[in-house]
Design a protein around this ligand. Structure first.
Ligand SMILES: [Zn+2]
Length: 81
């Protein structure tokens, strides 16, 4: 077995105790670490369609393609060449 198994806390108080006492008392169970990571998943980016040019845009942001924000307001967008 590898080195991780050797870093077990000693059963008796001997001279090695001070080297091991900063280690966790118990191994974290597989289920506990998986339960902890159950909240770490990333969600996908939510796109909406631009009402003017129908290209996908981020909500509450100007359209990348045509610069549309809302009726009466649109930003100037530089065309890629
Ligand atoms: Zn657009």
């Amino acid at each position: 077995m590898g080195g991780a198994r050797r870093l077990r806390r000693p059963q008796h108080d001997d001279f090695l105790t001070r080297y091991y006492k900063m280690l966790p008392k118990k191994k974290t169970p597989r289920g506990r670490s998986r339960r902890r990571r159950s909240h770490q998943a990333l969600s996908g980016v939510n796109y909406t369609d631009c009402p003017r040019c129908n290209s996908p845009k981020l909500p509450h942001a100007a359209c990348d393609n045509c610069g549309y924000v809302r009726p009466g307001l649109s930003l100037k967008v530089e065309k890629e060449s």
